[in-house]
Design a protein around this ligand. Structure first.
Ligand code: CDP
Length: 230
């Protein structure tokens, strides 16, 4: 088996199970896991807290762009998990609300936001040994990643999973609201000008609509070994 560490890029649609399988794989193989979506969510939370989301839901792009140097995002490893930090504050649960989900995709269309976060993501992958999930990891952030996966499942299945997750956390949301958010984010993510969501030519596609979490973890681990054990 080769001991060379690689870069693993896992992209896909909203709530397609990317983070769950990426996190598990990273733990199993001893790599660092980075949830790039959490970074876009943290920037969105900052914008919401600082009056940079207009009443019609649009983003005060110039204000947010000017504030970018003052936004510091980091991850704190804690036990088995990872906590997203925004300017030194743990915001892991704040960034997972439906309210943040409703504003994040417009924020993620802003080129200056993307450039700042992509720069940070590339720095994190400099010494390899990383699993990163998102929308543009295999296409823009790490086009030379040795392993690329593109995840999908039906919108209904994805909304069902996210609805369950939010309800378990005690959020007062309906399935219809979650489904609307999932489909709206897919649309914005696929049609934006700057690095739209698309499957890299050399990515392996996975439709996990009918897979359990264990099945998708096993699938991913097998793919990893088929690449590094050559
Ligand atoms: O809810 P889910 O886990 O599917 O999404 P996420 O990975 O937390 O990402 C939230 C949002 O951030 C996405 O809908 C995209 O608009 C944006 N994003 C992006 O543009 N590029 C990335 N690499 C990751 C996320």
């Amino acid at each position: 088996m080769s001991s060379e560490k690689i870069i693993i890029a896992i992209d896909g649609y909203s709530s397609s199970g990317k983070s769950t399988m990426a996190r598990r794989l990273a733990k199993t193989i001893g790599y660092r896991y980075i949830d790039s979506g959490a970074m876009y969510r943290a920037v969105t939370l900052y914008a919401m807290r600082n009056g940079m989301i207009n009443s019609d839901g649009s983003v005060a792009t110039d204000m947010l762009t000017a504030a970018l140097p003052a936004i510091h995002i980091d991850f704190k490893v804690q036990g088995d998990g990872q906590q997203t930090m925004l300017n030194g504050e743990i915001v892991e649960s704040e960034i997972r609300t439906l309210e943040v989900s409703n504003h994040v995709s417009p924020v993620a269309t802003i080129p200056a936001v993307r450039h700042a976060l992509v720069r940070m993501q590339r720095d994190m992958g400099e010494s390899k040994g990383i699993v990163m999930d998102g929308r543009d990891i295999g296409t823009i952030v790490f086009p030379a990643a040795e392993m690329k996966v593109f995840c999908n499942a039906t919108p209904e299945r994805r909304a069902e999973r996210r609805y369950k997750e939010l309800r378990e956390k005690g959020a007062d949301v309906t399935y219809e609201e979650v489904l609307a958010n999932v489909t709206e984010r897919d649309h914005i993510d696929m049609t934006r000008k700057e690095s739209p969501l698309r499957c890299a030519d050399d990515a392996v596609m996975l439709d996990n609509s009918a897979m359990t979490i264990d099945e998708q973890n096993e699938w991913l681990l097998r793919l990893f070994h088929s690449i590094v054990d050559k």
